[in-house]
Design a protein around this ligand. Structure first.
Ligand SMILES: C[S@@+](CC[C@H](N)C(=O)[O-])C[C@H]1O[C@@H](n2cnc3c(N)ncnc32)[C@H](O)[C@@H]1O
Length: 248
């Protein structure tokens, strides 16, 4: 089990709010909330693993009491500024044990940092350990093997203090026989004094077929299904993996 560090979540973390804004998450967070709500009895507490800059949490905290876990202290600092009302904990989703359970456990795009089935199983074991009987798990990879397409994307915004970011991302699947894809990021970062620099970051991400997601959740003990996202965003709907923990 290795830990890979990414500049995006380390020395570049303070730029996250200009790269990815909370408003862009409203639609998807509302759909996630509709699934997170389905524990019996009804969901009040939610654990999010790999919560990053807290953009989903910003929307979900209106419905649930959230505990947020991320590997990166720098990203937790960004999230604490946006979500001072949420509990934050540093930890690896493959190994962390908080010693308590929640009504629901949520893992958004951070689950894609599980690049092989062993790591995916470790993360799902963590989800299981923290989900109470009768609770629900919701996992949301950006892509599954059935619908991955090579893409490029660009974005970024400016802050009132003069800082600004523009980025380009380029996702490919160099070896279609393995369980990973690669996303290359190029960032142009303009500081308050107008000076601008370039940064490059490479992310290796897991890509698994639907059958693997459902099997790994089922093997952990969940009653698993996949749900097609309903979205008004101009992109392919994501597949949400939902596991109900029997009992309760
Ligand atoms: C794209 S960001 C998540 C953004 C998040 N969806 C949001 O709403 O702001 C991915 C996050 O996954 C975290 N991450 C990567 N591997 C992890 C691991 N093994 N355990 C916990 N967090 C991890 C990174 O530190 C990063 O903050």
């Amino acid at each position: 089990m290795s830990v890979t560090s990414h500049r995006f979540y380390d020395d570049l973390a303070s730029w996250w709010p200009l790269i990815s804004a909370p408003a862009e998450y409203a639609d998807e967070a509302a759909f996630a909330a509709s699934l997170l709500r389905t524990s019996t009895p009804a969901t009040e507490t939610v654990l999010e693993l790999g919560s990053g800059g807290g953009n989903n949490a910003f929307h979900l905290k209106r419905h649930f009491a959230l505990t947020l876990v991320d590997l990166s202290e720098a990203m937790l600092e960004v999230s604490r500024a946006l979500n001072p009302d949420c509990e934050h904990q540093q930890g690896d989703m493959r190994t962390i044990r908080l010693g308590r359970t929640f009504d629901a456990v949520f893992v958004h795009d951070a689950i894609e940092y599980m690049t092989d089935e062993d790591d995916l199983r470790r993360a799902v074991a963590t989800v299981w350990e923290h989900c109470r009987p009768g609770g629900v798990a919701v996992l949301v990879p950006d892509d599954i093997a059935e619908n991955f397409e090579p893409t490029t994307a660009h974005g970024g915004t400016d802050a009132p203090d003069g800082r600004g970011v523009r980025y380009l991302s380029w996702s490919t699947d160099p070896d279609p026989t393995d369980s990973t894809t690669v996303t290359e990021y190029a960032f142009l970062l303009r500081d308050t004094d107008g000076s601008t620099r370039v940064a490059h970051d490479t992310h290796t991400l897991g890509l698994f077929p639907r059958e693997t997601w459902l099997r790994v959740l089922t093997d952990a003990g969940f009653v698993a299904r996949s749900v097609a996202e309903v979205t008004s965003e101009d992109r392919l709907p994501r597949e949400f993996f939902v596991g109900h923990r029997p009992g309760g």
